[in-house]
Design a binder for this molecule. Structure first.
Ligand SMILES: O=P(O)(O)OC[C@H]1O[C@](O)(CO)[C@@H](O)[C@@H]1O
Length: 935
């Protein structure tokens, strides 16, 4: 017996398959349907590909082959496989296409549903897919939205075959017919052929009944007086709607306008019945086939519906029959207030959303496959979160997916944050792909730098911390100079570097985005003098037009490398600010970007929130902060320890404002469980083969005790660039979660102003403003912001009172305006441990003025929970600044005082200890703090 499906084609209706799958195609399933059932077309959509690709392993070999050639974005990975399937289906259908001379034999591939409301993007994507598939029997599928119509007209004009999807109403269908005909007429006008441009109008059926029937059922259940009339049209509205669309089609193609095109060989835009699987089990499963048969139409069926029709479908009930009844059904629907217009409008939006949801699921699944395939080429991340936080994170990720945060972020949509000028600060996204630097210039610099044994980078905050990570984690290549980073005014530290180098054998890199930051300016003056005013061994990295650029030109610097003004300092490491020093150290910048790329792809606009490692991390740290776990505690395996200083400036300066934000806790030695309050989130970084004894067990115990623990693994040093990028995305996303602008630093400026005031006064008068200690002994002089409440207590008593104020959720900050060396670092670490263990609070530490350009923002502008101890001393020996009255030591003290004034003005609890020469200096303070914490 002839297949029942074949009988449909005999009745003039083409049978298409609404399904694609790699195995099915590979096993000849489509060819069998073509042969046995007379099938002449295939349709696909994001849901179909999600079912095919998102589950099972049928595509694993394809993914492996594609990604094995070069790493790629999530969407490119998906498309590579979708296009392969579409090409395979096109090949199977090609004999039919040739035999029917282009009248049929098509396969459809849909443009991204994310573009459904964007005409230009739809055009671009359709043209791209058309070229990528490169088969004449492809139909690019475009949603029939308002924005879709002009795109369709344009694409038809271009001669691209178009399947228009998501048509529900007669009005939309008529607008589409206008677009199609308009496109063909434009071709005729240009003298181009129209006989091989094909288009179909996919009219959705069952979804209409699903909505209308629901409304009917609700009213019947509520004993509507019209219940009988309502029941009489149940399950009939969608078919009536389709029949009238077909009736309009017949009238239209009979008209003169169409006939003129037909005379030139144009093919009518056939109606294609889609959404033909019944949604209501009370209806026959072939309802939307049996009733919609007619010449020059298509019915695309999912395999189940096709099987059902093959088994028990009936070929009767032509579309042209009982049109009066159809009109009556629609009249009745109108009379009964069933609002078909509202339903069909709503269904377009819902259809777009459903396809976007399916695309999210599909791309999420592909992202996971991609990550699994890449193995340790992409840094890993796992999170163990307490139940409440986990729930909040998953909820946030779902919101981020539905509200398209990934695409909003990459498109620079300020609405993701506070709607201010955030869109101007996203240059770091392109920079991560190597687009901000000039590779040839960097290569040349690398060669040039080989003539030096040392390189010294002079910069602050973002301009110094990234290069410092690169120097400490990657180091210089053999034959290239060793990089020293100076981000201080501390005379001892400057002297240490000045004596470690030979100025005649050193390349100096002056790095400042603004080009007006005080510290690099003073350091430049100092080293320029030291190098005998020879600009040839200096290079500058600075934003175009800065004061530093002018100085560099005037002083004959060897090169000036431009930054991108659309990148803030703390997001600048993957731009010239990180890559110039990297190149100078002999690091292969091109290879570095390649090693970073997997994370850039993984965090791309096409990776839905839950499968996007940057967004997931941002949701975790943002939600943790909202839940009071705002002390992000950084623990690392030894080789990754230098990363913390860069990370803390990124997090603190980006999020710590308006009394909100994340307080990063770096270099605090791990402690016992009891030492940690409920305000912690632990983040562990581990380089392969670098595990620290006992740390893993300690982390497991912390997680078991209910603390959130995120673990990040890095296979080798070269992959550190991935963490720069992951955390930049995460920080930007955490900003959105917390509700702040992650790209400004509103509280940094005040300390700079206060310092300048003090230094200017010094330059004018030769002395800093006098100050009176609140208490003094042989070791220390203690200064308070005001003398209220302290009376004439002894230093020890003042310290005790200061730390006694620490409550759960507070943190203690040690701000040392002393040389950043091992002795001081160890002493401060011991102070932190003593306070943490005694008070169960988090502790932070910074060396001044370095931290002023980093965590200083959060200490002043973030949560008001900091209790600070500023540590100063008179430097001995001090160091003169060329051309200035003030010495480096004076500037450093002025910075400490200026910072303390601003902290106090912001209501932060702060005390300053000035270490006296007579005492044991830092050791004496360590002992005093240990004692003060105990009481
Ligand atoms: O590169 P610049 O302009 O010298 O700024 C250095 C650092 O100072 C800050 O502006 C904070 O003071 C940081 O954001 C920045 O990274």
């Amino acid at each position: 017996m002839t297949s029942r499906l074949k009988q449909l084609s005999e009745a003039g209706q083409a049978v298409w398959l609404d399904f694609v799958d790699r195995k099915f195609l590979g096993q000849g399933g489509l060819r069998k349907l073509i042969e046995e059932d007379g099938l002449t077309g295939v349709t696909s959509n994001p849901s179909i590909f999600e079912k095919a690709m998102g589950h099972g392993d049928a595509y694993d070999a394809g993914f492996t082959e594609f990604l094995g050639k070069a790493d790629a974005s999530v969407v490119d990975t998906y498309e590579s496989q979708a296009i392969a399937d579409i090409k395979a289906a096109a090949a199977d259908l090609r004999p039919a296409y040739d035999r029917l001379r282009g009248k049929d034999g098509y396969v459809s591939l849909e443009v991204s549903p994310y573009l459904a409301n964007n005409t230009d993007a739809t055009i671009e994507e359709a043209q791209r897919l058309w070229a990528a598939v490169g088969e004449p029997n492809l139909m690019v599928k475009v949603p029939g939205t308002k924005a879709g119509m002009p795109a369709i007209r344009r694409l038809i004009t271009d001669g691209i075959n178009i399947n228009v999807t998501l048509l529900f109403s007669l009005e939309a269908y008529q607008a589409l017919a206008e677009a199609y005909v308009g496109g063909l007429e434009a071709r005729v006008q240009r003298g181009e052929p129209v006989d091989r441009v094909a288009s179909v109008a996919s009219f959705f059926v069952s979804r209409i009944d699903a909505q209308i029937d629901k409304a009917i059922d609700a009213r019947v259940a509520a004993y509507d007086p019209e219940s009988d009339a309502l029941k009489a049209i149940r399950g009939k509205v969608a078919i009536a709607n389709a029949k009238l669309a077909y009736d309009w089609y017949r009238g239209f193609i009979a008209g003169n306008r169409w006939q003129a095109l037909a005379a030139k060989g144009a093919m009518p835009q056939r109606l294609l019945w889609a959404s033909t699987g019944t949604k209501d089990s009370a209806y026959p499963d072939t309802l939307y086939i049996d009733t919609l048969i007619g010449p020059d139409t298509i019915n695309t069926m999912p395999p189940k519906t096709m099987d059902a029709f093959r088994d028990h479908g009936s070929v009767h009930g032509m579309l042209t029959e009982r049109l009066d009844e159809a009109r009556h059904v629609l009249d009745e629907a109108k009379r009964l207030g069933l609002d078909l217009g509202g339903v069909t409008t709503g269904l377009v939006d819902e259809g777009v959303r459903l396809f976007a949801d399916a695309a999210d699921a599909l791309l999420g699944a592909v992202a996971q496959k991609r990550t699994a395939f890449l193995g340790d080429r992409q840094n890993g991340m796992t999170a163990t979160l307490p139940a409440g936080l986990n729930e909040a994170v998953e909820k946030r990720l779902e919101q981020a997916r539905a509200d398209v945060w990934a695409r909003q972020l990459w498109a620079g949509d300020a609405k993701l944050w506070t709607g201010k000028d955030e869109s101007k600060w996203l240059g770091w996204l392109a920079a991560a792909r190597g687009q901000q630097v000039d590779p040839a210039a960097l290569k040349a610099l690398g060669e040039e730098a080989k003539r030096y044994s040392h390189a010294v980078l002079l910069g602050m905050g973002g301009s110094s911390l990234g290069p410092e990570v690169l120097a400490n984690i990657l180091g210089n290549a053999p034959g290239s100079p060793t990089l020293h980073v100076l981000d201080t005014t501390d005379p001892g530290q400057i002297t240490t570097v000045a004596t470690a180098i030979d100025p005649a054998d050193t390349l100096f890199i002056v790095s400042s985005k603004s080009g007006s930051t005080m510290e690099p300016e003073l350091l430049r003056a100092f080293f320029y003098d030291l190098a005998g005013k020879d600009g040839a061994c200096f290079v500058a990295v600075t934003d175009p037009g800065s004061k530093l650029e002018a100085t560099a030109k005037a002083d004959g610097f060897a090169h000036v490398f431009p930054g991108d003004p659309a990148i803030g300092g703390r997001y600048s490491v993957l731009s010239a600010f990180g890559m110039v020093p990297a190149a100078a150290m002999g690091i292969d910048v091109h290879a570095f970007y390649e090693a970073t790329a997997p994370m850039v792809f993984a965090c791309g606009p096409d990776a839905p929130a839950a499968a996007n490692p940057g967004i997931r991390l941002g949701a975790i740290i943002g939600e943790a902060a909202l839940a009071g776990r705002d002390k992000l505690t950084i623990l690392t395996s030894p080789k990754l320890a230098p990363f913390g200083a860069w990370l803390e400036q990124l997090l603190a300066e980006s999020t710590g404002k308006e009394g909100k934000g994340i307080v990063p806790v770096d270099l605090e030695p791990i402690g016992a469980i009891e030492a940690y309050g409920a305000d912690r989130l632990f983040v562990h970084f581990e380089m392969a083969g670098d595990a620290e004894d006992g740390l893993d067990t300690a982390l497991t115990k912390l997680a078991e005790a209910g603390h959130p623990v995120v673990r990040i693994t890095v296979a080798k040093p070269e992959l550190i660039g991935q963490e720069f990028f992951r955390w930049e995305i995460a920080t930007a996303v955490a900003g959105a979660v917390i509700g702040i602008d992650p790209f400004d630093q509103p509280d940094v400026e005040d300390a700079k102003i206060a310092t300048r005031k003090l230094v200017d006064a010094y330059e004018a008068s030769g002395a800093l403003e006098p100050e009176t200690a609140a208490a003094e002994d042989n070791d220390f002089a203690i200064f308070t912001a005001d003398d209220s409440g302290f009376g004439s207590a002894q230093p020890a008593a003042l310290l005790r009172m200061h730390f006694a104020g620490l409550a759960p959720g507070d943190y203690a900050g040690f701000l040392g305006y002393v040389e950043r060396d091992e002795t001081n670092a160890a002493a401060i670490a011991a102070m932190r441990v003593a306070v943490r263990d005694a008070k169960a609070v988090a502790t932070v530490a910074g060396f001044g003025p370095r931290f002023l350009h980093s965590t200083g923002q959060a200490y002043k502008g973030g949560p008001a929970s900091g209790v600070f101890l500023t540590i100063t001393r008179d430097p001995d020996p001090d160091l003169a600044i060329p051309g200035r009255t003030a010495s480096f030591g004076t500037v450093q003290i002025a910075q400490a005082r200026g910072d303390m004034d601003v902290l106090a003005a912001r209501g932060r609890r702060v005390l300053r200890v000035h270490l006296k020469k007579a005492g044991g200096r830092i050791e004496a303070l360590r002992a005093a703090i240990v004692a003060a914490a105990q009481n």
